[in-house]
Design a protein around this ligand. Structure first.
Ligand SMILES: Cc1cc2nc3c(=O)[nH]c(=O)nc-3n(C[C@H](O)[C@H](O)[C@H](O)COP(=O)(O)OP(=O)(O)OC[C@H]3O[C@@H](n4cnc5c(N)ncnc54)[C@H](O)[C@@H]3O)c2cc1C
Length: 179
């Protein structure tokens, strides 16, 4: 008998779960859902790209939708899970175009990851402020840093992500403040 597993979140954790199921368990029907438009972006490459230590960001993805459909999985991107009925075992999700869909499951894997903390400070919604998590965020930061008129870059958060992006901005000739 087939077991249907729904995986919410198709980035690194969701990808690993899907490949483990699809490669090792022939009784698995796998459904994958993610709200992002891409999967498998290696965030570690953002600073390398922004600092132009690599000259192409396309190599920062290691898998694609077809790799899963070819193994028989159903995968939907740009679709956000809004509700889960744990009693009936049904996932409710909505596509970018507004279409509402449901998927029932035997097993559910939540690989929904994390979000950056947004400090509640005045001005946090001003232009020119970016998080650094998604592929899209990295592209936004890169665009900003590529602008000639941008001379000073402030990085908030001096963990390894902050330090690496500070170094990248320095490589691009900016004055950098690291908090
Ligand atoms: C700039 C940067 C540099 C990094 N460098 C390194 C490094 O050098 N080495 C290292 O080991 N790690 C690094 N990391 C950390 C690494 O990227 C994370 O640990 C990893 O992304 C976690 O994977 P995940 O699949 O658990 O979560 P995530 O990558 O957060 O993925 C979660 C997925 O769930 C989806 N999702 C969430 N909620 C919903 C919903 N309601 N409906 C549909 N989809 C949903 C999201 O769209 C997302 O695609 C870095 C991270 C960043 C941001």
């Amino acid at each position: 008998m087939m077991t249907k597993t729904v995986i919410i979140g198709t980035n690194h954790a969701g990808i690993a779960a899907a490949n483990t199921l699809l490669d090792n368990y022939p009784d698995q029907e796998v459904v994958m859902i993610d709200r992002n438009s891409n999967l498998s972006y290696l965030g570690c490459g953002t600073a390398l790209w922004v600092g132009r230590q690599v000259n192409d960001y396309h190599g920062l993805f290691y898998t694609k939708v077809e790799d899963f459909t070819n193994k028989g999985a159903k995968i939907t991107l740009e679709a956000e899970v809004k509700d889960i009925d744990f009693d009936k075992k049904v996932v409710h999700y909505i596509k970018k175009d507004g279409t509402e869909l449901t998927e029932d499951y035997d097993k559910l894997i939540l690989a929904t990851g994390s979000l950056p903390i947004s400090p509640n400070v005045a001005g946090k919604d001003l232009n020119g402020i970016h998080f650094l998590k998604l592929f899209q965020d990295g592209q936004d930061v890169d665009k900003e840093i590529s602008a000639e008129e941008v001379k000073n870059v402030a990085v908030i958060g001096a963990g390894y992500i902050g330090v690496e992006i500070a170094e990248a901005a320095k490589r691009r000739g900016k004055n950098v403040l690291l908090f």
